[in-house]
Structures are given as C-alpha cells and as structure tokens.
Write a protein that binds this ligand. Structure first.
Ligand code: NAD
Length: 232
C-alpha cells in the first residue's frame, strides 16, 4: 500500500518564487500593519483599501510561478499519497500539479460574501481585480477568500484528520507563530516520521521527534526527497 505524506507549508514555501513572507526582513509586516489590512475591523473601516491590498497580492501571485520545491512535492504523487495543507493564500501548489490541497487561510484567487454566510460559496476571480461592484448572489459585496486575524479557521478540523493519518509529516517554511495553525504540529501519531524544513529551524521550539532540515524550501525538499526514496 502507498505511504501517506502530509505537507504543511507556510509563506517560506513560496519565498523562492519571489513572494514575500510576512516576518522575514523585507516581509509584508514591515510595510503594512495587520490591523490596516488583515482583520474584519479593517474591512468594515475601509473595504476599498483592503480590496486593493489583496488585488496587488493577487496580481503578484498570478505573475509568479511555482518553484522547484512545489514541483517536487507534486512529483511525489507518483510514489506516495500526498496531501498538502497550506497556510498560503497563493495557488502555487495547485499550479505545480498537487491534486489535494487544503487551504487553511483561504485562496486569494477566490472571493466570498461579506454578508452573514461567507463560507457558503467561493467565487473564482477572473484576472487579478476584485471591485466594489462585485457582489455575491445575496447582494453583499464580495471580499477576498482569506481568513483574517481574529476569524475562525473553517478547515482546521479537516487538517487534523489528515495529519492524524500521516505516515510522514513535513512542515515547510512556516515560523509557527500564527495560531491555531501552529498547533497542527502536535496532532500526528507518534510513529509517523516528522520533518521540518526552514532556514531558521535551529531556533524553533517544536516537538523533539521532528528531524530538522535547516534549509530553504528548494534545497530542503531535494534533501527530503533523497531521504524518502532511501527509506522505501
Ligand atoms: N505566499 C503566501 O500565500 C503568503 C505570503 C505571506 C504570508 N502569508 C500568510 O501569512 C501567515 C504567516 O505565517 P507563516 O508562518 O506562513 O509565515 P512567516 O512569514 O511567519 O514565516 C515564514 C517562514 O519561512 C521561512 N523562510 C524564509 N525563506 C524561506 C525559504 N526560501 N524556504 C523555506 N523557508 C523560508 C522563515 O524562516 C520563516 O520561518 C500565514 O498564515 C500565511 O497565510 C501567505
């Protein structure tokens, strides 16, 4: 039977595609405050600013490409059952060919209602621009399909279910500072093999049974690939 790998990725996964992380030097947090653009209060106060911020992020994401690490993860589907859980709002895992991607914090290529039932339907955005006149079927203004700070994470329980069944669990490019997502590292079974790939992993506080690969996503996933193939 095929072994089951679950990847759990964060902003560092897409850094080598040219998309800024939030916390690294030069990251987005230095240019914008969270309150201004990534909270429900921000949307209430200035939906146009929030829409424009995410329009610019969407434009950048559309113009960039999956990197070799996204592609290698997709290639692993030839040998393993692969599930990807991502905190990223970009669609680079899908564009690299990963067939099973669960977005914890939404997908910027989609919009949802700003009315009382935001999770009832996701609307694909053609191109990069969401505008004031884009409305959901109930007549409310569409907002980006992104989970903001202070909002619940609708796919969290589904992520736990996947992680609990993993033979291999691989964490890549996340500072594990955003909750509840960061708690996911505690849900895999004790006998699963656990890896964490991040250039700063040596300073992370994570369970001791994680094998640390202190590397960028591309070189780290190549190293992981060799370890996995040798373990078969
Ligand atoms: N691409 C995106 O969609 C994107 C980009 C920025 C932020 N976000 C969102 O911001 C939140 C921030 O949390 P986070 O933990 O994902 O990001 P983070 O910015 O807090 O942490 C990024 C991590 O990536 C590591 N990193 C930097 N360069 C790397 C590389 N080349 N290869 C591998 N790792 C590298 C850093 O050491 C750091 O630990 C997430 O919820 C995510 O939704 C998404």
């Amino acid at each position: 039977m095929r072994k089951n790998i679950v990847f759990f990725s964060g902003a560092g996964m897409s850094a080598e595609s040219g998309i800024n992380t939030f916390r690294d030097s030069g990251g987005l947090w230095e240019q914008y405050s969270i309150e201004e653009i990534a909270t429900p209060q921000a949307w209430k106060l200035n939906p146009t600013l929030v829409t424009e911020f995410y329009n610019q992020r969407r434009k950048q994401i559309i113009e960039t490409n999956p990197n070799a690490a996204h592609k290698l993860i997709a290639e692993l589907q030839n040998t393993f059952t692969v599930h990807v859980i991502t905190q990223n709002i970009d669609d680079l895992h899908e564009r690299a060919g990963s067939r099973d991607v669960l977005h914890l914090h939404g997908n910027i290529r989609f919009a949802k209602s700003s009315g009382p039932n935001p999770e009832s339907k996701y609307y694909p955005i053609s191109g990069w621009k969401l505008t004031e006149s884009d409305l959901c079927s109930e007549g409310f203004r569409l907002r980006p399909h992104v989970v903001w700070f202070g909002e619940s994470v609708p796919n969290f329980d589904q992520a736990i279910e996947l992680i609990e069944k993993a033979d291999y669990f691989v964490v890549i490019g996340t500072s594990l500072q955003v909750y509840p997502a960061a708690n996911l590292v505690h849900f895999c079974k004790s006998e699963s093999q656990k890896y964490i790939i991040d250039p700063h992993v040596d300073s992370f506080q994570i369970p001791s049974d994680f094998i640390r690969i202190p590397a960028n996503a591309i070189s780290g996933v190549k190293e992981l690939n060799n370890l996995l193939m040798n373990s078969l």
